[in-house]
Design a protein around this ligand. Sequence first.
Ligand code: SF4
Length: 426
Amino acid sequence: MNYADAERIDTLLCNKKGNKIDSPNSAQLVVIVGCGVRQSADSKAISTIRNIRKKNPKALIILTGCLSNRSDIQKKTKGIVDIYLSISKWNSFSRNDIYQLLQKKDIKELKSNLKNFYRTLPRITSPSTAYIPIMTGCNNYCSYCVVPMARGKEISFSPEDILAQAKTLIDNGYKEIILLGQNVNSYKGKDKKGEIWSFSQLVKKIHSIKGDFWIKFVSSHPKDVNQALINILKLKKVSNHFHLPIQSGSDNILTKMNRKYTQKEYSNLIKKIKSQIPDIVLTSDYILGFPGETNKDFKESIKTAKEAQFEMLYINKYSPRPQTTAKKLKDDVSQNIKKKREKEIDKVWKKTALEKNHKLIGKTKKVLIDSIFNKEGKKWVLGHTFCDKRIKALLGKNNIGSGNWVYIKIDKVTPTALSGKIVKKL
Ligand code: SF4
């Protein structure tokens, strides 16, 4: 989401005749799109700002994104950040405002217009993959999560605007559309006639746009997955990779996290999806060491990861976040135990992923090329498959670059990557 926001901010500033340069150390204006999902993200943003300020004392530094409204962050960055600007205000930021600010003059009160900000069609960094935010904010209030406080209540953007963006991008040759939201399954976008569209209606409509492209989406909440969403996953252009955060396999911890489903409900949902889409690639998120997580709770998480056969896990070691209800609980699982649990659960998904990837040896997959890189005097292609597996192959004499399709026959695998030979280009 922050990446997509940064692309839009870049576009808005460049439309106002700014020039993007490579190093913040020689820029007049530096914009930090801060993430506050974990303590480590907060710390990284603050140390980045400090480093830039040290090397570039004259720069105008703007902090935006999920950190801009947090009083604790404003306190820690007092004197090194010039302006805290929420995402919703970027659209009313004029060229004149920038000049005023560069001269350290105050500007008039900026108006909030979040929907207009997300209507901006950004200059996209990738030649083939485009992110489209379809909503922002969240109403779920998971007890550990700062997002509802940082981004506010859920707002779904107009389906017409999203479809127009998708069509323009596809007509311009983009091959992968990634729909973004904190909880895409609860999308409820109002069209001009006042009718409310569900997420599955929106995806079906994007799917009907003519062209050879893939559709992906993140993130989904298990409590909002219904048959209509499972049907979406069966569509030809919709990736068969489904990321479904579980966070814990223990009912005790799930209740404390306010996740609104049980381990059994999650497992039944996975069984239902697998019975209808046998080649689905499932990935998930876990938070380890949530307050009060016992060894028994953790074993239940391990058991669920094995049963669900996740092929990748994004593991977060719990850290208390400001303004969340979990912050009131004692962070009583030591760092050592969190690390030990991380190592243990890491082995589980890597074992599953290796077994599943082994079955791909000898198969040919359509790949979207992300980059070309040099290694040991040879050129390589790095890309990803329809189900989001990283894959590389020797470029050889093929005359292709980033953003192209290619077919690769897989001959080697690890838990996290595939490699093979280019057998056909498109
Ligand atoms: S659903 Fe996701 S974004 Fe919303 S509160 Fe829970 S973890 Fe945070």
